[in-house]
Design a protein around this ligand. Structure first.
Ligand code: C5P
Length: 313
């Protein structure tokens, strides 16, 4: 997350994330799934600008800052809640409740991270709001206090408050263990035309699991072999240990995931996987140049939206 203080405003660039590994260890009594996931923040950013507002209110304005056509822009913005339901407004209200401040703010949100993609754009915006307003309103909350509020807003939100671009997230996703590996990784992300709903993908996982576990015992995979390869830095080996337990159920809900998996298989990527609960799909590349070439090739094969990204700073 990058902060830029200007005369009358604070600008925050907040990244998307990819899951290089995601394993599930069953459903909990609170309805969430116990998981272990390796997340990396990448250089596809939403921009939030916090400005003074005269009325005692929280005003959110969303803009599509991507390169989409005007029709796609309008349908994209329809998928982003522009009111009290938006996680940005909920984060600002939560800060007000917790600290008793009645400060107001106008938040301009420039969206580039696609919604319903498994890239956690909404969660990242919420984390940026907590961290941004903590500065803008001079609240002086500690990072652990912000993380506590973040976990009330969503399982992925605390990850974005960690200072490291890579972390193992456990529990329902809110327990963060930062990782520090040398090197800077390059990815190409492909976003299919249709997104996926996170609760529906988890539900489908659960349904599938009931059938599979009645037939055979499936052992959960460990993140350790992937961590060992990240330590050694061998790209092709890293890619071999990519794993996402939500990919099979997501494929059952959205046939575009299968098509993307086949397209990536035909490319020279070091490994490929669906991110989070989908529907975005990504490949690990040996350089930025290669990522750009693969993005061009995917577009030529009909993939509507691609992003060339690296591990975020
Ligand atoms: O935490 P968040 O609000 O982002 O979760 C969205 C939905 O995803 C939850 O309502 C739940 O259906 C599912 N989920 C889950 N287990 C997790 C995280 C999310 O079942 N660990």
């Amino acid at each position: 997350m990058l902060f830029q203080q200007q005369a009358q405003s604070l600008v925050v660039q907040t990244p998307a994330k990819l899951n290089l590994f995601l394993e599930i260890f069953g459903k909990r009594d609170d309805g969430f799934h116990e998981l272990e996931t390796l997340m990396v923040s990448v250089s596809l950013y939403d921009t939030l600008t916090f400005q003074k507002e005269d009325t005692e209110q929280i005003h959110l304005h969303c803009f599509d800052a991507s390169q989409r056509s005007i029709n796609n822009q309008l349908s994209f913005l329809k998928t982003i809640p522009n009111n009290e339901d938006n996680l940005v407004v909920r984060a600002a209200r939560l800060l007000q409740e917790q600290t008793g401040t009645s400060n107001s703010v106008r938040i301009n949100l420039q969206k580039r991270i696609p919604a319903a993609a498994g890239l956690a754009g909404g969660s990242s915006d919420a984390a940026a709001t907590l961290a941004g307003l903590n500065r803008f309103w001079n609240l002086n909350l500690e990072n652990n206090e912000l993380c506590q509020l973040a976990s009330q807003l969503g399982s992925d939100v605390p990850f974005f408050l960690s200072s490291s671009p890579m972390a193992i997230c456990r529990g329902r996703g809110e327990l963060i263990e930062s990782c520090s590996f040398k090197g800077h990784h390059h990815f190409v992300i492909a976003q299919p035309a249709t997104g996926l709903s996170t609760p529906k993908v988890f539900q489908q996982y659960h349904e599938r699991q009931k059938i599979i576990s009645s037939e055979k015992q499936v052992q959960p995979q460990s993140v350790e072999p992937l961590l060992a390869e990240l330590e050694k830095g061998r790209l092709s080996k890293i890619g071999q240990h990519f794993h996402n337990a939500l990919q099979a159920p997501a494929k059952e809900l959205n046939s575009e995931i299968n098509q993307l998996a086949e397209l990536f298989e035909a490319e020279t990527v070091c490994g490929h996987l669906m991110s989070g609960s989908g529907s975005a799909y990504f490949g690990l590349c040996s350089s930025r140049k290669e990522a750009q070439q693969i993005a061009n090739s995917l577009r030529a094969r009909g993939v509507s939206q691609t992003f060339v990204v690296s591990t975020s700073l």
